[in-house]
Design a protein around this ligand. Structure first.
Ligand code: A3P
Length: 309
């Protein structure tokens, strides 16, 4: 199957065009197995994102909110103070790529997992009526490009920003094209908001607490009045804040997430954590070009990166 698919080399990864999306080559066979074999549990929550759009933060927030019964967010011994968020929430795509799906079977319910696959590549058993809930986080593609370049440069120091920018613009980047990825989640989030929660990185930055409440409610674990009074929402926000996470010993040194990304230094997931850094990297012409592509692709969908939701 993989050999028969169109192929392209993109900076550090071999990509294959699979069902309309450029996937890292080593994900394709695992994606087929995921689609055929994965059996969601009703209380599973799949955290989905385009790479470099806030995956790590979403994993931390969702884990902290979902596990707050067992691990009070203000507790000094909280797992997120000694483990990287990627070690708290398994990465489906790399797990299936490595033939390690038994690890998912062994997780106690309710399970939290993440994927970079588009909605259209998720198993029917996830997206059908009897499936499970999905949370998606997106980000201004201009900031995604900047974040992606800094990330890829950790593996390929001579990678130019322009090369990364061009591959995003023509869609040949892992899990791309980004506009199709975003729309694949946007449409079901509008049609079935009880099943797909659509978040924006910029909204999370603007009002993290409000989005933590939305997330907890969506996952079926709304904060109680007593928890609100005890300051638990604020404690989750603080525990998962960029400065807090970036400053932890576990995130400052060493490497390791899942599969091929095991070699990636942990600090590569905590760079700047702001909106608008694109202005420090792109010419106004580049920004206008990418904005134009995105505007055209999103036209008439009701989704817009120019303003918050
Ligand atoms: P920057 O490179 O712009 O700083 P992902 O987790 O999907 O790989 O995305 C990484 C981006 O999210 C990086 O963006 C990273 O700094 C940012 N990020 C990671 N943890 C964060 C947090 N706790 N709060 C805000 N942003 C965070």
């Amino acid at each position: 199957l993989v050999a028969a698919l169109p192929r392209r080399q993109q900076s550090i990864l071999e990509l294959r065009l699979y069902q309309g999306f450029w996937l890292p080559e080593h994900w394709v066979p695992g994606t087929v197995v995921f689609q055929r074999r994965f059996s969601p549990r009703p209380d599973d929550v799949v955290l989905a994102s385009y790479p470099k759009c806030g995956t790590t933060w979403l994993k931390a927030l969702a884990f902290a909110a979902a596990a707050r019964g067992a691990y009070p967010p203000a507790a000094p011994g909280h797992p997120l103070r000694r483990l990287n968020p990627h070690d708290c929430v398994p990465f489906i795509d790399e797990i299936f790529a490595g033939g390690e799906e038994a690890k998912l079977d062994a997780l106690p319910s309710p399970r939290l997992m993440n994927t970079h696959l588009p909605y259209t590549l998720l198993p029917d058993r996830v997206t059908n009526a009897g499936g499970c809930r999905v949370v998606y986080v997106c980000r201004d593609p201009k900031d995604m490009v900047v974040s992606l370049w800094h990330f890829l440069r950790r593996a390929k120091p001579d990678l130019s920003f322009v090369e990364t920018f061009e591959s995003v613009c023509d869609g040949t980047v892992a899990a791309g094209p980004v506009w199709d990825h975003v729309l694949s989640y946007w449409r079901p989030s509008v049609a079935r908001p009880d099943r797909v929660l659509f978040l924006k990185y910029e909204d999370l930055l603007r009002d993290t607490a409000a989005n933590v409440r939305r997330l907890a409610e969506f996952m079926g674990r709304p904060f109680t009045a007593a928890e609100e009074a005890a300051g638990d929402v604020a404690a989750v926000v603080e525990l998962c804040s960029f400065d807090e996470m970036k400053g932890l010993d576990v995130n400052k040194a060493g490497s390791g997430t899942a599969g091929r990304y095991r070699a990636m230094p942990r600090d590569a997931f905590f760079r700047k954590g702001v909106a608008g850094d694109w202005a420090n990297h792109m010419t106004p012409e580049m920004a206008a070009r990418l904005d134009g592509i995105i505007r055209e692709k999103l036209q008439g969908t009701g989704l817009d990166f120019a303003q918050g939701s």
